[in-house]
Design a protein around this ligand. Structure first.
Ligand code: ARG
Length: 266
């Protein structure tokens, strides 16, 4: 009888011990399951735009590859441009922003950035037959830009910040609609966006104008709050993805152009 009691106790003890081990594994041994919230302004096709309920575009495909490579869970939300900038700065609701965001010295004072993943340049869109040949020709014209973008900074410098002929919109889509309506003579924005818009509106007879003197190369990075620990996780993943064939294919699919990584990998 005593023997059975002892065996019984030992069994109970062993089972309890095994249970303990299990519980420990689940709480401390399992990887952290944080879902990062990433903000975007989905009105910048082909980089980020809404397709019914879905956010789509090259940035979105690129981000998926990067997060897979880094082994991180995430969700992307369409917040609009200005709310994205504000919330990434605070770093609470959103831990990062992806939105064709050029790395600039001015923004670097407030934010951290990942390494660059895309080379861009501003470009002019105007109507066929317009006399505009360069950014300086826009001085006495009506121009639309998206507020607080590099196009805004560049055109404010050329036209004067308090020039009422320079119309600043919260969304680049609205700036382009203003051109379509005839409210302005030109829009300045990133070249892939201008070329995409011209291609999608063939009846409008829009043309693009390059200005390699006044508009120089810019590089997109993922925007992070200052001191974010995501930088150490994302940078190596981005470097891998930039060199991958997946990114090359996505770049071609969304922009119609061949990816040139020479400057990105310098
Ligand atoms: N590259 C420009 C900048 O960083 C414009 C980006 C606008 N992006 C957007 N999703 N609307 O200022």
């Amino acid at each position: 009888m005593k023997k059975w009691l002892t065996i019984g106790l030992v069994v109970v003890f062993v089972v309890a011990l095994a249970g303990c081990g299990k519980a420990k594994e689940n709480t401390e041994g399992a990887p952290e399951e944080i879902t990062y919230s990433i903000a975007t302004d989905a009105s910048y096709a082909p980089m980020e735009s809404m397709d019914k309920e879905d956010i789509v575009g090259l940035d979105i495909d690129f981000l998926a590859e990067v997060m897979k490579e880094a082994g991180l869970k995430y969700e992307v939300r369409n917040t609009g441009w200005d709310p994205m900038l504000l919330s990434v700065k605070a770093g609470k609701e959103y831990q990062a922003g992806i939105s064709s965001i050029s790395i600039t010295d001015e923004r670097k004072q407030t934010y951290d950035y990942t390494v660059p993943y895309f080379e861009s340049e501003n470009m002019i869109i105007t109507r066929e037959g317009s006399p505009i040949k360069s950014a300086l020709d826009l001085k006495d014209k009506k121009v639309a830009v998206q507020l607080a973008t590099t196009a805004d900074t560049l055109m404010s410098k050329i036209m004067g910040n308090d020039n009422s002929s320079l119309k600043k919109f919260d969304s680049n889509t609205i700036a382009l609609l203003e051109l379509q309506k005839g409210g302005v003579d030109a829009v300045v924005a990133d070249f892939v966006v201008i070329l995409d818009y011209i291609k999608k509106n063939p009846k409008e007879k829009f043309v693009s104008i390059e200005d390699k003197v006044n508009f120089t190369s810019e590089y997109y990075g993922i925007l992070l709050p200052k001191g974010s620990d995501l930088k150490a996780k994302l940078d190596p993943a981005i470097k891998k993805v930039v060199e991958s064939s997946k990114y090359k294919e996505a770049y071609k699919k969304w922009t119609g152009k061949d990816l040139d990584t020479t400057k990105l990998l310098e």
